[in-house]
Design a binder for this molecule. Sequence first.
Ligand code: ADP
Ligand code: MG
Length: 301
Amino acid sequence: MSFLEIQEVSKSYRSRKGRQTEAVQKVSLSLERGRCLGVVGESGCGKSTLCRMIAGVVRPDSGEIWLEGSSVREKKNRKKIQMVFQNSLDAVNLHLNAGRILSEPLENFFSMSREERRNKTEGLLELVGLSKEDAGKYPKQFSGGQLQRICIARALAAEPELLLLDEPLSSLDVSVQAQLLNLLADLKREFRLTGILVSHDLEAVYYLADELAVMYSGALVETLSDITALDCLRHPYARRLLSVHNGEAGTEQAEGKSLPEERGEACVYASQCPKADGLCFSKSPELSEREDGHKIACHYI
Ligand code: ADP
Ligand code: MG
């Protein structure tokens, strides 16, 4: 069993009108210690739901997620798995200053004297490029980028074994995004972090991650254990992302075709896919290994 093992997890939500959304459909993944997995896919494809299930805060309808052989929902994994969210203002208590925000995980997970906590808090602020004088400032007194640095420091305060980054840069200006990417790359090297970076942006993921998983409509359509081999991507949706990454004009895409036999068993990409035929609308392809470290879910590749 790998360090992190995700076995066929699914999660659906029912809206008040009774419509069912398959947010995550039978996703299986594994990750070894010290590796960083990038998960890309458009908004609404289930990335955050997957993250919350890995963090143990959302219970899958079916399937299970293991960290070093124990379910992520076990209490002992609360310290081990930390998460950084897209919107840092929502993720912090606005009434606590930065020093208090960083002290919380130290109080929860370690037994430290007040003095030790203060030293550790100051060290954490400096680790993420802020100064110890910032400890007295409140969230509203920081820029978005600075506040996201505090959220990263708070996650690191717990000394996690797995760091989940759910679109940590998406709400920031491009120049600030670049600074934070550099910070994350430094931290990853320094602490040999095991991480999952979720983004709708292949660019950021390519910079930071070692491995890649491409999601579409709740399902994985392609995975690569070596992200530098991006040109090997074959799934039509992954190719579409890649052509944007390479700055090419968009590739051929079907105009939302929908055959009458479309049901739950269809390939998640069938209605968008230029190659889709009856088989794709009647049977969902398995994510299967095509060569070492490269899996694709498509009947025709
Ligand atoms: P992403 O992070 O990729 O944008 P999400 O995981 O947030 O995707 O959402 C996947 C799908 O599940 C979306 O259709 C979203 O509307 C739905 N969804 C997510 N969370 C909830 C929830 N708590 N209640 C109802 N529907 C939800
Ligand atoms: Mg999300």
